[in-house]
Design a binder for this molecule. Structure first.
Ligand code: NDP
Length: 324
């Protein structure tokens, strides 16, 4: 089988498509024939070596994939069944989805909802799944379309694009923050009511004019700090990303004077029942147009090139790898 193999020597990560034996796959009780894999921000960090994602080499990266069951020792899954996987450390410490096959633990797999197929499942991918978890976090905090405007940062990225499309479809007024004017018409098509320049979120006082009922933040750093200062009384931010940095230069003021909630969102270790619920909602609530608007399809050989493009902020929406 073909796989993207990462090796590490002399402080550098090297990525190359190689032919390997299926017997080299790690332990697991289900083998999946992979049709599509997502190329995520975390994959880009791993493939380029710009983030310390992988600690054991050689490694097959790819934190999500979708395909059909090739063989199964677990009676929840049968041969030919469409399945998807996101997270659980796959593509980080267990060989991942940038290969023709993967051998994994059955507990990590989710049956693909019947409205979707492997390609659509990966256009959504880890990013879209995380966007859904963020929307669910806002709903659980009591943020409704009647509460006021909801803002999404890193809006033209994978998480951001899906969050904009989902929130718009659910009836929210959506503001999108983007660092690129080239993405404005794309964001409007997804349902953004207004688009704000990322530079306007680079500095803030501890408290500013109350503007947002909810927020989905994929960026962190000063952008997240500015959002905190601008939240309505009782508002909630679902924070899932670090595209702008890992720091959070804020004060306690939004929390103690405005009852603001900062809700962290992790997709990697999300419990199985929440995964199934989120995927069923994604299948139901993403409009058909999303799949045409938000996807770039590439080959396994192009993954390294596109990993650099992702980190250089040259891509919008989702990048999916078609595995032949
Ligand atoms: P993408 O690369 O698709 O999108 C990131 C977006 O962030 C870009 O499109 C860009 O949007 C914006 N951005 C890029 N660089 C910067 C910068 N230096 N400062 C501010 N904004 C920037 O990534 P994903 O959408 O897949 O992931 C977004 C973040 O969420 C990542 O940090 C990722 O690691 C994290 N993540 C976390 C998960 C979890 O489980 N918690 C799961 C999935 C992702 P624009 O050009 O519109 O400004």
């Amino acid at each position: 089988m073909q796989a993207l193999i990462l090796e590490h020597n002399e402080g550098q990560t090297h990525a190359e498509v190689k032919k390997i034996s299926t017997s080299a796959l790690p332990e697991g009780n289900v083998i999946v024939d992979i049709n599509y894999t997502g190329l995520n921000y975390k994959d880009a960090l791993a493939i380029t070596g710009k983030g310390k994602i992988i600690r054991q080499f050689p490694m097959v990266p790819g934190i999500d994939f979708a395909g059909r069951v090739h063989s199964s020792e677990d009676n929840r899954f049968h041969i030919g069944q469409p399945v998807l996987l996101t997270g659980w450390g796959v593509g980080e410490n267990h060989w991942g989805g940038l290969a023709q096959q993967a051998r994994v633990n059955a507990d990590w797999l989710v049956p693909i909802p019947e409205q979707l197929d492997p390609r659509k499942a990966m256009i959504i991918g880890t990013a879209g799944f995380t966007a859904m978890l963020c929307v669910m976090a806002l709903e659980e905090a009591g943020v409704t379309p009647q509460s006021g405007e909801v803002i999404v940062t890193g809006a033209s990225g994978g998480v951001g694009s899906t969050a904009v499309a989902l929130l718009h479809h659910l009836g929210y007024q959506v503001a999108a923050v983007s660092g690129r004017t080239s993405t404005h018409s794309y964001l409007q098509q997804l349902g953004a009511g207004r688009i704000l320049d990322r530079d306007a979120f680079s500095d803030s006082r501890p408290l500013e004019k109350q503007t947002w009922a909810g927020a989905i933040d994929t960026v962190g750093g000063k952008v997240l700090a500015t959002l905190l200062a601008q939240m309505n009384y009782g508002g909630c931010i679902a924070a899932c990303g670090l595209a702008g940095g890992t720091s959070l230069p804020t004060t306690v003021m939004p929390f103690i004077l405005r009852n603001v909630r900062l809700q962290g969102v992790d997709s990697v270790m999300a419990p199985a029942a929440r995964r199934v619920a989120a995927w069923e909602r994604l299948a139901r609530e993403l409009p058909e147009t999303f799949y045409q608007q938000a996807a770039t399809e590439i080959t396994l050989e192009q993954t390294s090139e596109y990993a650099h493009k992702i980190l250089n902020n040259e891509i919008h929406g989702r990048t999916v790898v078609k595995i032949d």
